[in-house]
Ligand binder design. Structure first.
Ligand SMILES: [Zn+2]
Length: 366
């Protein structure tokens, strides 16, 4: 499969529009016309992973953390550039799915939430400014056709509901030019027609396919339409997960359960948590997620799991929220399993392997 076809399939499920503004997800290195047969999945594109890819004759490495993140001043042999130089020489492409994966419902946050047995799981901080509304004007004869082709292109999706629309009958009017070829009325004449005003919501990353669907299904030479940006939250996309344990448990039971289910060596946790409190509602943000402590509190979580928690964040942790730092690597190493499963769902014949060269860059001394 050509690299550009594979990246299009990946980005159909994990749109680059979902990534945070500071991020650099997507194709980092490669030739779009390159043939891809073997893919290696990793959390980080380290030198050891690159060497494994070279030895195993892989064509692509897919990783979570983008190796190219900050501007690169030069490409000379150094700790940072050596993996890139080796990849270029070996003709191996590099792709990163970072915060677009973090923000995906069903992504790595969801995987960990399932491991912990959380139910009623939903996005902790839903994305804003990701939804738009299409309003178009359609004759009755084509209302169903336009509606269903917009729905097929992804419009009208609200949570568990699909094909959501609103339509209302009204009167449209126009004066067609002498050279026009109007579907209704005559060229060069004023025309009044019965039309339906059709409204459907859509996620911004779908705009291209929505516009193609509108143009292909609408009978008019010049379909009239408006697109409005919405201030609504998109509950299908965003940071972290919040969910509930089957029954309330004590702090110690909770810590032991997390340690066991996520195979952790150690958990750092806030000492401010009142021992009398039980834990039922749990928020989590894999990777560095201190930015979501407040959101977890607002959602009335009793525990919040993340990594890279700073001293002052522990110091300021509320007594009704158990703040847990499980380590950056430990929280996100599940990404390799996600990539393998995810790539296997795409219509490809790829051979997909998880790296055997990955290791925690942090050690613990007991
Ligand atoms: Zn990370």
């Amino acid at each position: 499969m050509k690299l550009k076809k594979l990246t299009a399939l990946i980005e159909h499920q994990l749109p680059l529009d979902w990534q945070e503004s500071y991020d650099n997800s997507g194709l980092l290195l490669g030739n779009n016309d390159q043939e891809i047969k073997k893919v290696l999945c990793a959390l980080d594109c380290t030198l050891a992973v690159v060497q494994e890819a070279i030895n195993g004759k892989f064509d692509l490495i897919i990783c979570h953390h983008p190796l190219i993140f900050k501007p690169i001043p030069n490409l000379v042999t150094s700790n940072y550039s050596t993996p890139l130089l080796k990849l270029i020489k070996a003709d191996i492409a590099l792709y990163a799915a970072h915060t677009n994966l973090d923000n995906a419902l069903g992504g790595i946050n969801s995987m960990v939430s399932e491991k912990l047995g959380l139910s009623n799981a939903k996005i902790l901080i839903p994305t804003k400014n990701n939804l738009s509304k299409l309003v178009t004007f359609v004759p009755e004869s084509h209302l169903e056709k336009v509606k269903s082709s917009l729905a097929n292109a992804g419009a009208g999706q609200i949570g568990e509901y699909s094909e959501c629309s609103f339509f209302h009958k009204g009167t449209g009017s126009f004066l067609s030019g002498a050279k026009a070829n109007p579907f209704l009325g005559e060229a060069g004449k004023k025309t009044k027609i019965d039309e339906f005003k059709l409204e459907m919501i859509f996620a911004n990353e779908k705009i291209k396919s929505i516009m193609i669907a509108l143009k292909n299904s609408h009978p008019y030479q010049e379909p009239a339409y408006d697109i409005f940006n919405l201030a609504n939250h998109n509950h299908q996309v965003g940071s972290g997960i919040i969910g509930e344990l089957p029954c309330p448990i004590s702090k110690n039971e909770f810590l032991a359960m997390v340690k066991d289910k996520l195979s952790l060596e150690v958990i750092k946790y806030s000492s401010t948590f009142a021992n009398t409190n039980n834990i039922k509602k749990v928020g989590l943000v894999l990777g560095a997620g201190s930015f979501a402590i407040k959101a977890a509190q607002q959602e009335q979580a009793q525990a919040f799991i993340t990594s890279e928690v700073k001293h002052h964040e522990f110091l300021g942790a509320p007594d009704n929220l158990l703040l847990c730092d499980i380590g950056h690597y430990e929280s996100e190493s599940i990404a390799t399993q996600f990539f393998k499963k995810f790539l296997a769902t795409l219509p490809t014949n790829l051979k997909i392997d998880i790296t055997k060269q990955e290791k925690n860059p942090t050690n613990y001394f007991y």
